[in-house]
Ligand binder design. Structure first.
Ligand code: ATP
Length: 200
């Protein structure tokens, strides 16, 4: 599995639709300072489910939409990530040789997410990648100056890294969500008992 193509429209410094083909081996992106190289990595981070403005190097999420001065009215930012899915790694999509992940964000704050053109939730995309030990916070994307960070990781951070790689993070998140649901159900049950006692 590898990234085949990245399509960007209206995201950060990209007012026009840009299609970037990736090689199964090495793809290098070169350009002058400030030309948008890191914005391409931000686009990958974002389409994989990143939510933190800080991680995406903006003050607020609306800054992700192109705001330059080119006389174009850009109402939304869109990033599409096309993945080669051969051999398949996701059982649910085993019959799909390609997987297209799409994320869209409108100026009015609305978001849309798609897997293979079908609407889905952000959570579905995040979970898909957690299965592979890839999430926006994981070490799949290593930025400038981050290499030395590996050496300086604390034991706790190293544990998180290993859990990410082993796919344990997904199970932890599922456990957290299940515990929250259990707690809500218990609260609802308690309320229900109170009501029953009142009407008796
Ligand atoms: P360097 O080599 O110095 O690290 P780079 O090629 O990685 O630079 P980026 O950081 O990707 O450059 O791009 C920075 C540019 O993106 C800046 O010129 C900034 O104005 C522009 N930019 C960021 N967000 C937006 C936006 N919402 N609208 C228009 N331009 C934007």
């Amino acid at each position: 599995m590898f990234i085949k193509r990245l399509e960007i429209y209206g995201f950060k410094s990209f007012p026009y639709k840009v299609s970037i083909p990736f090689s199964p081996k090495i793809t290098a992106i070169v350009g002058p300072n400030g030309s948008g190289k890191s914005n391409i990595l931000d686009a990958i981070r974002w389409v994989l489910g990143e939510q933190s403005p800080k991680k995406l190097r903006v003050k607020e999420l609306s800054d992700l939409i192109f705001s330059g001065n080119n006389n174009r009215n850009i109402d939304f930012a869109e990033v599409k990530l096309l993945l080669n899915h051969e051999p398949p790694v996701w059982e649910t999509y085993k019959d799909f040789p390609e997987i297209l992940i799409t994320r869209r964000f409108y100026r009015n704050g609305e978001s849309e997410y798609f897997i293979n053109q079908k609407p889905c939730r952000l959570k579905d995309i995040q979970f898909l990648f957690l299965d592979l030990g890839v999430n926006p916070q994981s070490y799949g994307i290593i930025e400038q100056g981050e290499v030395s960070k590996f050496i300086d990781l604390s034991p706790k951070e190293r544990k998180i890294l290993l859990e990410d790689l082993a796919g344990v993070s997904k199970l932890k998140i599922t456990e957290e969500n299940t515990l929250k649901n259990l707690q809500k159900t218990e609260e609802n049950l308690l309320r229900l008992k109170d009501i029953i006692n009142e009407v008796r």
